[in-house]
Design a protein around this ligand. Sequence first.
Ligand code: TMP
Length: 212
Amino acid sequence: MANRGLFITFEGMDGSGKTTQMHRLAARLRGLGRTVLETVEPGGPPVAMQIRRILLDSANQDLSPTTEVLLYFASRAQNVDQWIAPALARGEIVLSDRFTDSSLVYQGCGRGLGEESVAALERIACRGIRPDLTLLVDIDPESSLGRARARNLAQPHDETRMDDQSLDFHRKVYEAYHALAAREPERVKIVDGRADIDGIEREIWDIVGRRL
Ligand code: TMP
């Protein structure tokens, strides 16, 4: 795509702290005078936020794996068409809290739907848009579930359907993230999510600074 901006995604297990880090990176970039669009998946534009509610509502335990992956990509298609592609065409920096890699590891590997199904949906939904850089904020599956469940207890809400999955499911997701980072080391950078928040922010800033 001609004249495009920079597309950076944040990935990681639930409770990794990636959302906080994304907001901090956005603030630093804006401090440099850059125009930044922040989005989240599932979600982003209002229609995609409605799809998010279906996906994460703990009441929807009977959602089938196929419906689930189609809804994640339905949300993504709306996000790409309405927000991400236009912002990149304007030359802006887009930050996304999760993107296609999440579908690869959670649905392709965690649910066992396979990488080819995810790749096929990506071809339809993403219009060739792939992240320039992906920051994988890394914590182990046990800490992930512990942090997610503690957060859900402290601030009760309905968006827990994925956190309700077994430790075995989250272990598969963890392995899949590491396999992805090994396969695409230029794009996917692992950041240690157990370090202190300011330290993680500095490490991310070093990595991003090299791409600006
Ligand atoms: P989060 O907003 O706390 O990151 O939660 C989103 C949940 O949705 C998280 O458990 C990961 C899951 N997810 C998928 O399974 N597939 C996807 O494609 C995306 C974007 C998220």
